[in-house]
Design a protein around this ligand. Structure first.
Ligand code: FRU
Length: 615
């Protein structure tokens, strides 16, 4: 039977039901289990069923599962097979092997005193065969309108492209568990950047060269790489003992990819990853930016055919934030202040070393001559450090290639390596940020900065207008407004404030449990801070409770905010995306009120609109 993936919305990324209730004895249920030793077991598939459900216990170490097809090793996957209890099960799709003998040769990591002890592991009696997987959502914190994987772990968005009216979002995916492992490219497709259809299978899965790490895709309109005109070409990092760069192409708009037999096409003697390429139409050549991770620099290459690459320059040593590894670059040109003047932007994700700890996206503005990126400097001749988002949960931000209308649409991974594997979800982990448009503006200090504006498509999320306030004063005493209750309170808030005489304006999102998020506009400092220390569940990591602060580039105490609240995230866009913070939150019950107060002088609400969201 076929798994049917409905035309879903972002939210309908549904996890698998637990299969722990389905039992399979040692030699029935179509599965034969033979214990060979204290840590080695053979599982023979004798019955029918599309999926072999593998029971997972997250706190266990990975077991190595060698999949033997007619006695030959087909592939190896790593799964945290259950020992004491089954947290959830993951499907191993048997359909590609129909008509063949399948044996899993499993090496577990547990130390066992005897085979008898090994036999007692929960996984052996809970491995089952099934034709369908139940994808009903059972996760309280699964977002309603942000993209999440159908199940399993997700990190970076990668290989994103636009073609024939569709946005393609690939992502780092573990189909066999909700922690980082077995890195593959998952794939979701959207016509409107909001409603995503999930493709059930990984489009690129690990092979003899390693796992499939991040990379990019581009449309080869001229067929320069020899894979055909208009082929979608993905370049990614094959990661095993070494990190090398590989190619794959698709003739069906990314539904399936064929790996280039000549891989790898680019190797170095040190860690380098996340190739990001684009066609330089002015110079008729491919340009590639590659993160030289531990050396804290980006390498820039060119190639006529994506196979032979020439190193043209290196950028970054000693510049910007240097604390962590440099990862996931992106290089593109945009107009400044909507004028004819243009600048290049080099996105350079780093981890750790973000402004509030852990992962973050820094960027440089500058010029690019086809070979070398020259960064902008300040009045003293220094290269300023700039951040795309001052929250803790926007990482690996990169753009869609070939987007229409010269748009530079980006998506980030809405988490942080500090705690991504510990957040209180189970059958999936991590969501993406909303899509955002990058725009360049010149600030009062003369520097060019990048604003991130929610993509226009996000306006379609607006449901009922539940609050519409024209004008209201804000003083010392909090003024409160109810948030919508539909859909666990997910909503968009538009707030326009005049506070030239105020010291601080505080905006608090709270629930009946006393959990809250406090946003504080510091008028003199021209900053907005986001305090999530008492936002709900915070104790899964000591790095989670935090206060983050962004510059807002406001004028005369004017602050205009757009807040997007989903079940476990808040995205704050201040002053047209000039100040941005993305932070996860896990309230035990939804936030139900917004209250505002002003200290050190009165302020005014010029406009407040709250929309429910119900896709
Ligand atoms: C960034 C990153 C990339 C790498 C991928 C592996 O989050 O570390 O550099 O390609 O994740 O999943």
């Amino acid at each position: 039977m076929k798994i049917s993936i409905p035309k879903t919305m972002a939210t309908l990324a549904l996890p698998l039901a637990m299969s722990a209730s389905i039992t399979a004895a040692a030699t029935d249920g179509g599965i034969k289990v033979e214990h060979l030793g204290t840590n080695n077991t053979l599982v023979r598939v004798e019955g029918d069923g599309r999926y072999l459900m593998l029971p997972v216990q997250e706190s266990n170490d990975d077991a190595t599962i060698n999949v033997l097809v007619d006695g030959r090793l087909d592939r190896t996957i790593n799964v945290r097979l259950a020992k004491a209890k089954t947290d959830y099960s993951v499907p191993f799709d048997l359909s590609p092997y129909k008509g063949h003998d399948i044996v899993l040769n499993i090496v577990t990591s547990q130390n066992r005193a005897s085979v008898r002890e090994a036999k007692e592991d929960a996984c052996w009696s809970n491995i089952t065969l099934t034709d369908t997987i139940d994808t009903t959502n059972r996760e309280k914190y699964r977002p309603v309108y942000h993209h999440t994987p159908l199940y399993g772990w997700m990190n970076d968005p990668n290989g994103m492209f636009y073609k024939d009216g569709e946005w393609h979002l690939c992502y780092q995916w573990n189909p066999y568990g909700s922690k980082w492992q077995n890195l593959s490219w998952g794939h979701s497709v959207s016509r409107d950047l909001i409603n995503w259809e999930h493709r059930p299978d990984a489009v690129l899965a690990p092979d003899g060269l390693g796992m499939i790490f991040s990379g990019s895709s581009a449309i080869d309109t001229s067929g320069s790489a020899g894979f055909g005109k208009d082929a979608v070409i993905a370049m990614y990092t094959s990661a095993a003992a070494s990190q090398v760069q590989s190619l794959a192409w698709s003739h069906d708009n990314g539904e399936t990819f064929t790996k280039y037999p000549g891989n790898p096409v680019l190797t170095l003697e040190s860690e380098a990853r996340d190739p990001n390429m684009f066609w330089d139409a002015e110079r008729n050549i491919w340009v590639l930016t590659l993160a030289h991770a531990l050396d804290h620099e980006m390498l820039i290459y060119t190639s006529p055919d994506m196979k032979e690459w020439t190193l043209q320059s290196r950028f970054g040593r000693g510049l910007g934030a240097q604390d962590g590894v440099w990862e996931c670059p992106d290089l593109f040109e945009l107009p400044v202040d909507g004028s004819d003047r243009k600048k290049w932007v080099l996105l350079c994700n780093i981890n750790p070393g973000g402004p509030f700890g852990g992962s973050a996206t820094q960027y440089f503005t500058g010029d690019f001559d086809g070979k070398t990126f020259t960064p902008d400097t300040d009045a003293e001749g220094n290269v300023p450090t700039k951040w795309l988002d001052y929250g803790k949960d926007n990482y690996a931000t990169v753009s869609f290639s070939d987007a229409p209308d010269s748009r530079r649409t980006v998506i980030g991974w809405m988490s942080n390596w500090q705690y991504a594997a510990e957040v209180p979800t189970r059958q999936f982990r991590s969501a993406n940020t909303l899509p955002r448009e990058i725009e360049l503006f010149t600030a009062d200090d003369g520097q060019v900065y990048a604003a991130s504006v929610p993509s226009p498509e996000t306006e379609a999320l607006r449901g009922k207008l539940t609050q519409n306030v024209g004008r209201a004063g804000i003083g010392k005493k909090p003024r409160s407004y109810a948030l919508p209750s539909a859909n666990d309170g997910v909503c968009e808030i538009l707030l326009d404030i005049e506070a030239p005489k105020s010291k601080n304006v505080t905006m608090t999102l709270g629930n009946k449990e006393g959990e809250h998020v406090t946003l504080t506009y510091d008028v003199a400092a021209n900053t907005l801070s986001f305090d999530r220390r008492e936002s709900g569940i915070t104790d899964f990591s000591q790095d989670f409770p935090a206060v983050t602060t962004t510059p807002v580039f406001g004028q005369n105490g004017h602050l205009e905010l757009r807040l997007f609240i989903d079940r476990s995230s808040i995205e704050v866009f201040a002053n047209g995306g000039r100040g941005v913070m993305t932070n996860l939150v896990f309230p035990t019950v939804p936030y139900s009120t917004l209250s505002l107060k002003s200290d050190g002088g009165n302020a005014k609400i010029k406009n407040l609109k709250i929309y429910s969201i119900g896709i």
